[in-house]
Design a protein around this ligand. Structure first.
Ligand SMILES: [Zn+2]
Length: 375
């Protein structure tokens, strides 16, 4: 019977490295998951995403249930086959995006009804329906259906929302059933409140999940507040299960999260930035739209081995970006995803070598040095 497993192979301070094993492949942790919202990482062929070093992709339940529809994906052989990605896929529950994208929401104990942001059609999501959709998609790592209030919110609102999410977590667990080879993750809520986070962690642990996500962060609270919460939240969760910080983030957010014991992250940032002329490098952010690059024959990052840096100049990247050519988004998305995966690999190596502090110091020093001088 195909099974899943999580092994921690080394620790350095609170940081851990290891691997999640699934029937569809191994996920090296800490892992960054590129976001394949609508069954594609925008601008990338799946084999190119794999080449950047990604072990796992994220798919969005909300988007896929609206278009093309979960039942249709199931009829066509499941999401892996549909989008030609053979590796593991994690799907979110749809809850967060209903809150952030859909119009005219109505929230009850049972679930949420909403209007599609695409065509205004009416839909419903509940813990049971979210589990069904994620099963139809064929997701390897399924997320509990939860509710996440935008911050800032008052304590009473956060508390009520967290308790609702814990009742939904039990219903998600019951509806998920026993599915060997697939994992179900619970989602801790509680805003920035330590006692509410602890209550949430206790409720989830009592139910029992294959992994635990930290939800409700990276929703506008700022890095300092997020790190403040990560100073205690991961340690409230079971030590021997994967910990997933949802929706994070910028490279320095990621490094700070891994330092605090996070094993998995996802974010649209590297792909979204790539489509707007923004590159992430070890020396920080570079805006390729800037006229300073127009005559620059040098690569974006001479130490980077991605196709954008190996084969093209800053001048070319600037030109295709300015001209609105598709290849601009393709090359910069590739570079950004490659950079993110290199960063994860460096952190895994540093943790294994017991050298995370030295890695972190170098990471910040390189960024502080800034982009190469203009010609
Ligand atoms: Zn590159």
């Amino acid at each position: 019977m195909p099974t899943t497993d999580f092994r921690i192979s080394a620790r350095d301070g609170r940081a851990r490295t290891g691997a999640i094993t699934t029937p569809r492949g191994t996920i090296r942790t800490p892992a960054f998951m590129p976001v394949g919202t609508a069954a594609t990482v925008k601008g990338m062929m799946p084999e190119s995403v794999r080449e950047t070093g990604a072990d796992i992709l994220l798919g969005n339940t909300y988007h896929l249930m609206l278009r093309p529809g979960a039942e249709r994906v199931d009829r066509l052989g499941g999401l892996h086959r549909f989008m030609n990605w053979g590796g593991p896929i994690l799907t979110d529950s749809g809850g967060f995006q209903v809150m952030s994208l859909a119009g005219l929401r109505k929230l009850t104990e049972d679930g949420v009804t909403f209007k599609s942001h695409i065509d205004g059609s009416k839909h419903a999501l509940s813990p049971e329906r979210s589990m069904e959709i994620q099963r139809l998609l064929g997701s390897d790592i399924v997320m509990c259906f939860d509710e996440c209030p935008a911050l800032p919110a008052d304590r009473k609102r956060i508390e009520e929302s967290m308790r609702l999410s814990m009742r939904w977590a039990q219903r998600s667990r019951d509806a998920f059933g026993d599915r060997p080879g697939h994992m179900l993750f619970g989602i801790q809520q509680g805003g920035l409140e330590q006692d509410l986070r602890a209550e949430s962690a206790e409720a989830l642990t009592a139910i029992g999940f294959d992994g635990y996500a930290i939800g409700g962060l990276a929703v506008g609270e700022g890095q300092e507040a997020m790190f403040g919460c990560l100073d205690f939240a991961p340690d409230q969760l079971p030590e021997d299960r994967p910990r997933y910080l949802m929706g994070v983030g910028k490279p320095d957010d990621i490094v700070g999260a891994v330092k605090r014991g996070i094993d998995m992250m996802d974010c649209v940032l590297p792909s979204r930035s790539g489509r707007t002329g923004q590159a992430w490098t070890r020396r920080g952010q570079v805006n390729l739209k800037n006229a300073r690059h127009a005559d620059d024959p040098r690569p974006l990052d001479e130490d980077c081995t991605c196709p954008a840096c190996r084969n093209y100049s800053r001048a070319y990247l600037h030109h295709v970006q300015r001209a609105g050519e598709m290849i601009a988004g393709m090359l910069l998305t590739w570079h950004n995803l490659h950079y993110y995966q290199e960063l994860m690999g460096e952190m895994r190596d540093a943790i294994a070598a017991g050298a995370f502090d030295a890695f972190e110091a170098r990471f910040h020093a390189d960024r502080a040095a800034g982009d190469i001088d203009r010609l």
